[in-house]
Design a protein around this ligand. Structure first.
Ligand SMILES: [Zn+2]
Length: 276
């Protein structure tokens, strides 16, 4: 009985979060203002990577790395970016193939921020073929890498943006397989060939971070805790990941995304059913 009530609660939170709750964009403005008022220098992933690489990490400064993964909803992504522009903040924005917005990406790049690729070829490939096994999907890494290369090069060509860093997307398929999309870049020569300096979870980057946070679905809001606590504790390098969905309920986008997720599950079920 308790199991059923818990499930209903999760569903109710999801419905409220996706379709009803008021916009949190004012809160986003206030949050960033608090970061600045507390003396933090706000960076994109690429600009902080440059600080690390040039050994310019200052004893006196505090750093705040701001990363957006645009999983859905480019219109909210734009609104969040416009707030950042008002505050003269630059940050990183990683777009999936399903959320590519060439003009927004170019505007972010021209403003001095970072717009790049939120990749998921391993999950996409597994869904297309109907693979449920980690070892099996890893046996197809050459094809998956070729897909990644083609997509990254096309994006660079379309946007004119160099895309020095990329970010792996965490899909339901990655959780099912027990392997992240990052394995695509577990090959130094492949990275070199593509002129990729960094994947956002690389230890060379993460080791410099002293406090890491992400936004989370209602009613939790932050994972593992509120970054304002880290600011209060004067953490040296705070790294925050945010997603448009947690800041504004775009009803139509969320409806389509939820229906698409169900559709993907149904198609995948039939693919694996017929395969076995
Ligand atoms: Zn993502």
């Amino acid at each position: 009985m308790k199991f059923g009530i818990d499930k209903l609660k999760v569903l109710a939170y999801r419905i409220y979060s996706d379709f009803i709750r008021p916009s949190r964009l004012n809160e986003w403005h206030l949050f960033l203002q608090t970061v600045l008022d507390n003396g933090y220098e706000i960076h994109s992933v690429a600009s902080f990577w440059d600080v690390l690489n040039s050994n310019q990490l200052s004893e006196k400064k505090k750093y705040f790395i701001l990363r957006h993964d645009i999983d859905t909803d480019t219109s909210t992504a734009r609104k969040m970016w416009e707030i950042e522009k008002q505050l003269q903040v630059t940050s990183s924005h990683y777009f999936r193939l399903s959320t590519i917005d060439i003009s927004l990406m170019q505007e972010i790049d021209n403003y001095g921020g970072e717009a790049s690729y939120h990749f998921e070829e391993l999950a996409t490939y597994a869904k297309t073929i109907g693979i449920t096994d980690k070892e099996e999907v890893l046996g197809h890494l050459d094809i998956i890498r070729a897909m990644f290369k083609k997509n990254l090069e096309a994006l660079r060509e379309q946007t004119g943006i160099p895309m020095r860093t990329v970010a792996s997307h965490g899909d339901w398929m990655n959780r099912q397989l027990g392997v992240t999309n990052c394995v695509i870049l577990d090959d130094k020569n492949f990275r070199k060939e593509l002129r990729l300096e960094l994947e956002v979870y690389d230890p060379e980057f993460m080791n410099a971070v002293t406090s890491r946070h992400a936004d989370a679905p209602y009613p939790v809001f932050w994972n593992p805790n509120n970054p304002l606590n880290a600011i209060q504790n004067q953490e040296k390098v705070i790294y925050l990941l945010v997603h448009p969905r947690q800041w504004r309920a775009n009803i139509l986008v969320n409806l389509i995304d939820n229906l698409y997720r169900v559709w993907e599950g149904v198609i995948f079920f039939f693919k694996t059913y017929w395969k076995n």
